[in-house]
Ligand binder design. Sequence first.
Ligand SMILES: [Zn+2]
Length: 198
Amino acid sequence: MNSTLVGVQTAPSNSVADGTSPLPLLNLNAARVLILNASFEPLHVCSVKRAVMLLMHEVAERVEDGDRVLRSPNAEFPVPSVVRLRRLVRRPYRQRVAFNRRNVFKRDDHSCQYCGERSHDLTLDHVLPRSRGGGTNWENVVACCKRCNARKRDRTPNEAHMQLRRRPSAPRFMFTSVYGVMPDIDPIWEKYLPTIKR
Ligand SMILES: [Zn+2]
């Protein structure tokens, strides 16, 4: 869940003045709008600023609004949460989420994949140790606390009698490389994202 959201209900564009007092938007450059292809396939995540430009130029249409508003002296404008391109674009290649330390921690929710401890002092563990041919990739690297890492040493989880909380895999959806990291997933986006294959 994205802790910066105060609610997940969508606000239709005409409900802004009905006393629900939506929150003003603080950061126009934050990556918080999901862009769908004309086919409803998720493409990437962009800033509110860019999404509003797409809407203004009628390149995209609103699909879901969030619970925040943009205010100008004489108008209020619901902040889009999901927009859809009017024309189908071809994806040049299938984007994969960059494999790096930061994204592994993010995928694993900053929690040790053996004991579940949440911490900002985690390390990376090769499930099948590197010395035994284990790869450095989404399927073989997990976030691990230092205690579990020391306990596991150069062994497989089986040998160390340790159990992974879930099987590691590449994140289901890769976001724009402009940001390099996965933004938090807004609950409003869930129904447009592919389901997790595990
Ligand atoms: Zn641990």
